[in-house]
Design a protein around this ligand. Sequence first.
Ligand code: SAH
Length: 370
Amino acid sequence: MIEEAKTEEPVKKTLLKGLTPKELKDFFAAVGEKRFRGDQLFEWVYGHMVENFDEMTTLPNYLRKKLNLYCELNSLSLVTTQTSPRSGTRKYLFKTFDNQLIESVIIPEPKRITLCISTQVGCPLDCQFCATGLMGYRRNLSPAEILDQFLLASKEFGRNKISNIVYMGMGEPLLNYANTFKSLQIFAEEKIRDISLKRVTVSTAGIAPKIIELADSGLKVKIAFSLHSMFEETRSKIMPINNKYSLAENLEAVKYYAKQTDTRITFEYIMLKDLNDRSDDLNALIKLCKSIPCKINVIPFNSIAHMNPTGFAKELEPSQKFVIDEFVKTLRDNNITVIVRYTQGDDIAAACGQLANKTISEPLAKAEVN
Ligand code: SAH
């Protein structure tokens, strides 16, 4: 009799990071363990930031062995870090288990240390001013991959140092709504003592129905809306997503958001020469700010030349310094809170809108041609 060759099926391991405490408890109950093991595991992962089951010393030995066999914890590995000698901005390059590369950035400021995280590999939106858009889109990040950017950066940079998190890295968070939301739910847990949702901001190019959904979710996270122009036509030209979800629809949605959550909306406004820096732009912006609790982040346009843009994207130029200064002064004269986000980290391509990885953009470009 011929014996059949035994093929060992690789065990499909369950990823435990990215589960809420309730889901972890359900998981342990389902595998015949006590529910409170879920709370213990959550505390080890997010409270103590351990990266393997063997360090979870409150779990019995047999359970640690079982978890090693059937579960996993980590979704990213750190490839490189790069620090800007000028500003101290630190860029992290992470690799996912399917070899995708993503970036996160730590921006140290006198009163806060902000971590900027990604929600997608690349981005499907094609905003003309943004380097990430130019590299194309690969896939959504999982909740674990979103959270791991914080956990790994926090371990590397120093525990309890990161005070703020902004979802302003690669990708459009609200096009990856379910996973973004799950990561926010986890950041909202009291056990993550380092971070409070009050200091977490989700930035969106404007996916109006999802802004409403987030408003109704009960999570009081802050919203930043990438406004960039008060005029539909101009906005559609620089942000094609505006053809699908118009500025008018998005402004209704953010107004609703401000009301439901009792928070101020941040409007992000990249200053682009002759495109959105004229007096009619300014007047429309002032009118908007009178109708909604908000503040404005004025962002000088960061170069995307490292991505060799073509067409319209190539023509974009930053507004001149005196134009920005005058624009900001007039806003302030109208009692509007304005923060000018002076560029940090552009010397290492870590500034707003510069995150893009050439190593993955090249094969992507080929894939699109085929
Ligand atoms: N998709 C989300 C989050 C990522 S972009 C969004 O659109 O909001 C984060 C911020 O960086 C946005 O305000 C975006 O408009 C801004 N940004 C993109 N490219 C930029 C550039 N070249 N210079 C300055 N800011 C840029």
